[in-house]
Design a protein around this ligand. Structure first.
Ligand code: URA
Length: 198
């Protein structure tokens, strides 16, 4: 079985040798190993790369607030990503200034880290995997979209693990309406109940 150090070295190797698209640094997962709960996000952003940890930027603040609201602290869960480097795109403005922004990881980029994530799951040996958004959902399950399955507990035969799909916390930024917020909050409460059954 791999160790956390093996995983770190493999992520570094993949990220630092990748030349097909622009990327802006890489990180590993964070938190205890083993752990009963594993959260899997999409890919790190700028703040995550700066601080070397997943979910420590704006989406991370939202995430941690809701996590704490159900009585769980960050120190007690493992948090990782589907793609371990920061996918970026750059645009040159009229003044010649270049701006850098995040982009979603491509399917081929997610594939680069397939074994790394599988091995991290084996090492963490969680009772439940909470997927955050469509990228980890499609990577780990047969579901086609988060809309069809969020807020419910499923047993995934292939992984032999419970999976709880949730919207990505940054979806709250894109869906600034009360209805979405209420549904998102409800999903966290459902997660709280699901955790009691494990
Ligand atoms: N969004 C993610 O999906 N992962 C992170 O680590 C940070 C933001």
């Amino acid at each position: 079985m791999s160790t956390l150090e093996d995983l770190r070295l493999r992520i570094k190797e993949i990220a630092e040798n990748y030349e097909d698209e622009k990327t802006g640094g890489w990180i590993t997962g964070d938190g205890p190993v083993p752990s009963d709960i594993l959260f899997v996000g999409e890919a790190p952003g700028k703040t995550e790369v700066e601080k070397g940890k997943p979910f420590v930027g704006m989406a991370g603040e939202t995430f941690e607030g809701y996590l704490n609201s159900i009585g769980v602290t960050r120190n007690n869960v493992r948090i990782t990503n589907t793609c371990f480097f920061r996918p970026i795109k750059t645009k040159e403005g009229k003044t010649g200034r270049t701006t850098t922004s995040n982009r979603p990881p491509k399917t081929s980029e997610v594939k680069l880290f397939k074994e790394v994530l599988d091995d991290e799951i084996a090492l963490v040996n969680p009772k439940i995997i909470v997927t955050l958004g469509n990228v980890p959902l499609k990577r780990l399950t047969e579901f086609k979209s988060i809309g069809e399955c969020h807020g419910n507990l499923y047993f995934n035969e292939e992984l032999q693990k419970y999976i709880f799909p949730m919207y990505h916390p940054s979806a709250l930024t894109y869906n600034r309406n009360d209805e979405f917020k209420a549904m998102y909050e409800q999903d966290w409460l459902k997660l709280k109940e699901a955790l009691k059954t494990l």
